[in-house]
Design a protein around this ligand. Structure first.
Ligand code: SAM
Length: 251
């Protein structure tokens, strides 16, 4: 298995920690993504690569009928345990187990970069109704918070972070232009250890060896103990959510 495939499949080994330590998504981001549908009615929404249900829970809380699709068995079991009122199905973005033109919106939370886009985009277009929306979302550190930017450097592993500007790769004849918006967000952490546990759920930490992970964890702890900005706990870590949306055009 190549590194990309190993990383894409790495999350299940830490599914419980993932569910416990990863941030959720801002409600404003979900609402902005759905704006082109022009309605506040209950929608049929697909959460693709749903993981343990971080974004799924937000979509259900907004009152939508949600189908969650996720290939990793451990992630999907965690989702089923934690999020109720959702139809949960095993499946990949390249072969979505949903009939043609049956969903109003497809959401992808922090996962679009793992897909084989040449196969996934036509699949997403197939399941969406004309006028439906594809929204690819990411949670990023707030670039205006100096300590967070420096902390990211301290927590870097030998495996690169995924960087996300999918505007080019998302363009496809079945969709209109890509629109982009960012939303402020925070992630409450009770202790430096809880920040470190969160960082350890990223694929760039999951695939490195134990010695490298221990060395990075040691550096992160020293940083968090030394910096004045991280001396009071609980702490709201400043984040932002990047959302890229586009509308399915009629054929
Ligand atoms: C970083 S997690 C994001 C999970 C969830 N959407 C969230 O926001 O917390 C990435 C997820 O993508 C899934 N994944 C990886 N490759 C995929 C593919 N080709 N199709 C669908 N899901 C995939 C992984 O199993 C993992 O659950």
């Amino acid at each position: 298995m190549d590194l990309h495939a190993r990383r894409a499949d790495s999350f299940g080994a830490q599914a419980e920690a993932y569910a416990e330590h990863r941030p959720d998504y801002p409600v404003a981001a979900i609402r902005w993504a759905l704006e082109p549908l022009g309605t506040s009615e209950r929608l049929d929404v697909l959460d693709l690569a749903a993981g343990t249900g971080k974004l799924t829970a937000g979509l259900v809380a907004e009152g939508h009928r949600v189908t969650a699709v996720e290939p990793n068995e451990q992630m999907l079991s965690e989702l089923v345990r934690r999020v109720h009122d959702v139809r949960a199905l095993p499946g990949h973005a390249e072969h979505i187990p949903v009939p043609d033109h049956t969903v109003d919106a497809v959401f992808v939370g922090t996962a679009f970069h793992w897909f084989d886009q040449e196969k996934a985009l036509p699949e997403i277009a197939r399941v969406l109704r004309p006028g439906g929306v594809l929204a690819a979302m990411w949670i990023e550190s707030d670039p205006n918070a100096d300590w967070v930017t420096e902390f990211e450097q301290v927590s870097a592993s030998s495996v690169e972070s995924q960087r996300h500007n999918p505007t080019g790769i998302m363009s496809h004849p079945s969709f209109g232009p890509v629109e982009h918006e960012t939303f402020p967000h925070t992630h409450r952490r009770d202790s430096p250890e809880a920040v470190i546990a969160w960082v350890n759920t990223h694929s760039r930490m999951l695939v490195v060896d134990d010695d490298e992970r221990a060395a990075i964890n040691h550096k992160m702890l020293a940083f968090l103990r030394e910096r004045p900005e991280t001396s009071n706990w609980p702490l709201d870590v400043p984040l932002r959510s990047d959302v890229f949306r586009m509308v399915r055009v009629s054929e």
